[in-house]
Design a protein around this ligand. Structure first.
Ligand code: 5AD
Ligand code: SF4
Length: 435
């Protein structure tokens, strides 16, 4: 039996897809295929964080329904499955089942039922032991919590992934050990709010926080690097920042979603922090780790955002000098607080898109400038990718998250190599191995 799977959205969804693949290839008789036409089961793991991809879902289902084998089943999984549930089958009768983002561990049951819908967001699989994902290479994703307790006014995720529950420490450590034994060097810890780890478990558990978890994971033999996504600026206390700075296995790059630089907008977004708090945490972080790589997410055009608010966002962008930035125009989502405001305070589409281009252009400038300053610097790079042939190269990321290409050198995947930056090509970095 062949399984075709398409994954949209964030790293959490990638991890959920990996889990579904392992369940179906170990407990059921599936192997993966890249060709939907020969599949016996087609899964779309959906994202609902913005409206556009969600709208495209139904035309995609139609396309799969046209090309699939007559006996093949279609399953819709993930965040859109969670919040639309049965409506998906009503709108698209070719769909055989709907499996929510909080119900992934039920995949091997649901494939045997027709027109089944499993989307309960109070389902708890925080102690479910998925089989370890094999062949991940040198980097692997590892969940540390499920769900999200925050109530950001724009965000649909609490409605698709339910309340936040931390995964027990011993499960995380045993998974990390298994991954290390299979050759993994770098872990990417995943959670909607990683630095809130330990706030709630579903079984009796020792008291532990995120700094404590990092400390324990660093003791796992074979794991050389630890990354995580995403921490919440509100929970970036000194203890967390000091552990981040001093733990040698914790990579010195961090994604800290800003969303807006205006304290007024942050308040109506219910983010729980102000511009000053955000900048204060960045200053503390930079004082502890001067060459830290910082990434962020920004939304422009949130209801009520005026020119002055946008100027604050630009100001934070310039002050912090983000190394990576994902930026979006606000998209009203059902079940959210700001959706209920209707047209009130809505920023006209053209104004919002214009702000997005201004923001992205400024960011490109910042990246060019930063890349130029990198020439001559050395970094330790974990080799993740090699290409042989005429235009051969090796490629990997530095500890502080920069993607570095090393032309004409075939290095060993999984090795950590000292590299000197020779050139910057736009925003990207080109180097050669150094002694
Ligand atoms: N509109 C636009 N962007 C959004 N995000 C979350 N919800 C929305 C929305 N309604 C963005 C945030 C978040 C990222 C994953 O997606 O920036 O951090
Ligand atoms: Fe990930 Fe959010 Fe999209 Fe769900 S809605 S897949 S949590 S980005």
């Amino acid at each position: 039996m062949k399984l075709y799977i398409e994954t949209l959205g964030c790293a959490m969804n990638m991890r959920d897809s990996e889990h579904m693949i392992t369940e179906l290839t170990t407990k059921e008789d599936y192997t993966l295929t890249e060709d939907a036409k020969e599949a016996d089961l087609i899964l779309i793991n959906t994202c609902s964080v913005r409206e556009k991809p969600e709208r495209k879902l139904f035309s995609e289902i139609g396309q799969f329904a046209r090309i699939k084998k007559p006996s093949a089943k279609i399953g819709i999984c993930g965040c859109t499955a969670s919040h639309m549930g049965e409506e998906i089958i009503k709108k698209a009768p070719s769909v055989n089942f709907v499996l929510g983002a909080r119900n992934i561990s039920k995949i091997s049951e649901i494939i045997h039922k027709d027109k089944a819908v499993e989307v309960a967001i109070d389902f708890d699989d925080s102690t479910y032991v998925f089989d370890t994902v094999r062949n991940t290479g040198v980097r692997a994703l590892l969940n540390i919590s499920i769900g999200c307790d925050k109530k950001c006014a724009y965000c649909i995720v609490p409605h698709t992934r339910g309340k936040e529950i931390s995964i027990p420490l011993d499960l995380i450590i045993s998974e990390a050990k298994k991954l290390a034994e299979s050759g993994v060097k770098e872990l990417m810890l995943l959670g909607q709010n990683v630095n809130n780890y330990g706030v709630r478990f579903s079984t009796p558990h020792q008291s532990i926080n995120f700094a404590g978890l990092l400390n324990k994971l660093a003791l796992v033999d074979g794991i050389e690097r630890i990354r995580f996504t995403s921490p919440h600026p509100l929970h970036m206390d000194d203890e967390f920042l000091e552990e981040f700075a001093s733990n040698p296995k914790v990579c010195k790059s961090i994604h800290i979603p800003l969303q807006s630089g205006s304290s007024k907008i942050l308040k109506s977004m219910r983010r729980g922090y102000s511009k000053e708090w955000y900048l204060n945490r960045i200053a503390k972080l930079k004082s502890l780790v001067p060459d830290v790589g910082i990434g962020t997410d920004i939304i422009v055009g949130f209801p009520g955002e005026d020119e002055e608010d946008f100027a604050h966002t630009m100001d934070v962008l310039e002050q912090v000098g983000f190394d990576t930035m994902y930026s979006f125009v606000y998209s009203p989502r059902p079940h959210t607080e700001s959706f209920a405001w209707g047209e009130e305070g809505m920023v006209p589409k053209e104004v919002a898109s214009n702000r997005l281009s201004i923001l992205q252009n400024k960011h490109r400038e910042i990246l060019k400038h930063k890349a130029k300053k990198e020439i001559g610097n050395t970094h330790y790079v974990l080799i993740e990718n090699i290409k042989s042939g005429e235009e051969s190269f090796s490629e990997g990321r530095s500890d502080n998250g920069k993607l570095i290409k090393i032309p004409q050198e075939i290095l060993k995947i999984g090795d950590i190599i000292k590299v000197q930056i020779a050139q910057s090509d736009g925003g990207s970095l080109i180097g050669q191995s150094a002694l």
